[in-house]
Design a protein around this ligand. Structure first.
Ligand code: FES
Ligand SMILES: [Fe+2]
Length: 467
């Protein structure tokens, strides 16, 4: 092991140093992460290349580009991405970059247009990515070589959808999307099958940046342990609403006292994904509740029962679904080692009844809005972490230890009954609040970083997934 004091001055490309960053010794009851993982600019640059550009990244919902010529603009790490629905009905994903001089092509976040025209010199592309007009080409004195050259938008290495969720990869050397998602498909189904006509984002979204590392958010969605401290005011307000001490019933969700009587747990999966869950006492104000009979008839008892559990999931590295207070899809992107851009969307069944949609929105605002009970408190913690983690002298952070003593390899009874095969399961009463979910995240981060630095493929088995 290289000493911690020495580590910060070593180059991030050193594979020996990389091997020290995630102290993964579960057999001895230890799983710790080095502060450099969150605070080193060199590691940040390396993870853009070795993590974000070598695996599947969530881009958006198919329903966001439902009609021909609809498009949306997003990012993979630092790279701009344009996703289109062309006149031929096919959805495609490209680098959102003009072939002439590399300007960002489409500056709006979403819309509908037959042609994307570059703001610099006016080259135009159709929704299938073809360069349909090189402005003033006949008078331009171009050579044959230019005419023969390809000027079309450059597609991502891979693009695919699962249950209306679109993912893209910069690298073509990735496994098929369904293989990458693996057992997580069951948990994605639980979100995406709630609507008989499919799912959509409620118009509008939340966007903000915080001054901290992206892995603070990567962690937080699975972190049940912070609820009873960071979100104490939210829990107290909910208790007052449940007891009718508060007259605000519009965003009332559940009685937090009952949480402590419930069982919950954490699962880790291959490829860095994780899920935490909590049994749900009857909560008639949860948006799925009034529809549960229709949902049950359509998806079966097993999935319907799971939809009634609270669930937070992370698809590594940058997509999360929280089905707890309202139904959230969150994406985040690293902008700098200490700056992260967040997007929160409220997910809802297409054609949902107006009254239920209203509950969903009020609950979403109450917890997830930038002015809500959760987001500002969480974000303050991420920013405090960014300050604290500059002190590499503290040694490894110890935040992945809760639950190691009770976790089991493979599925627990609940997972086995669902036909789901996690790498590990940890379950108990609500206040177990296991942190074992972190093992999946940081093992995958370390795997991608180490193989990238060594010049090895991220997915040795992948034949490549064609666009
Ligand atoms: S950079 Fe796009 S047309 Fe010149
Ligand atoms: Fe939180």
């Amino acid at each position: 092991m290289i000493s911690l004091a020495k580590s910060r001055i070593m180059h991030a490309m050193d594979s020996q140093y990389l091997a020290t960053l995630v102290d993964d010794r579960l057999a001895q009851g230890v799983f710790r992460v080095h502060p450099d993982v969150y605070a080193s600019s060199e590691l940040f640059d390396a993870e853009q290349k070795h993590v974000f550009e070598r695996t599947w990244i969530f881009l958006g919902l198919e329903s966001q580009i439902a009609k021909p010529n609809d498009y949306l603009v997003t990012w993979i790490g630092r790279l701009p991405v344009l996703v289109t629905h062309a006149a031929d009905g096919v959805r495609r994903a490209f680098f959102n970059v003009c072939r002439h001089k590399g300007t960002v092509l489409c500056r709006l976040e979403s819309g509908n247009t037959r042609f994307h025209v570059c703001g610099y010199h006016g080259w135009a592309y159709d929704a299938a990515g073809r360069a349909v007009d090189i402005k003033d080409q006949p008078s331009g004195g171009y050579t044959e070589a230019f005419t023969r050259d390809n000027h079309d938008l450059v597609p991502l290495g891979a693009f695919a959808s699962y249950k209306g969720l679109m993912f893209g990869s910069v690298s073509a050397q990735v496994p098929p999307l369904e293989t990458f998602l693996g057992e997580m498909r069951f948990f994605l189904d639980l979100a995406m099958e709630q609507g008989a006509q499919g799912m959509e984002f409620v118009p509008g979204r939340i966007g903000f940046t915080y001054n901290g590392n992206w892995k603070a958010q990567l962690d937080n969605s699975s972190d049940a342990y912070h609820l009873t401290s960071t979100h104490l005011s939210f829990m107290e307000v909910q208790r007052r609403r449940a007891d009718s001490v508060s007259g605000n019933q519009a965003a009332r969700q559940f009685d937090w006292k009952k949480r402590f009587e419930q069982e919950g747990g954490a699962y880790t999966f291959l490829n860095g994904h994780n899920v935490i869950w909590l049994n749900q006492s009857e909560d008639t104000k949860r948006p799925v509740y009034p529809q549960i009979d229709e949902v049950r008839a359509r998806v079966g008892d097993l999935k319907a029962e799971w939809m009634l559990r609270l669930r937070n999931l992370t698809v590594f590295p940058s997509m999360q679904i929280a089905d707890s207070t309202s139904l959230l899809i969150r994406t985040f992107r690293p902008v700098a080692v200490d700056r992260t851009e967040m997007r929160y969307y409220c997910l809802a069944p297409i054609g949902e009844a107006a009254e239920v949609r209203q509950w969903r929105l009020r609950q979403f605002e109450d917890f997830f809005n930038v002015s809500g009970f959760a987001t500002p408190d969480d974000t303050a913690m991420y920013e405090d972490m960014a300050v604290g983690l500059k002190a590499a002298q503290i040694g490894y952070v110890q935040g992945y230890a809760r639950g190691i003593g009770v976790q089991t390899a493979g599925p627990d009874a609940l997972a086995r009954a669902a036909g789901v095969m996690p790498i590990s399961s940890a379950s108990g009463m609500f206040d177990l609040q296991a942190e074992t979910w972190g093992h999946a995240l940081y093992r995958e981060w370390a795997r991608l970083m180490q193989s990238g630095v060594a010049g090895e493929p991220a997915w040795p088995q992948a034949a490549g997934a064609a666009q």
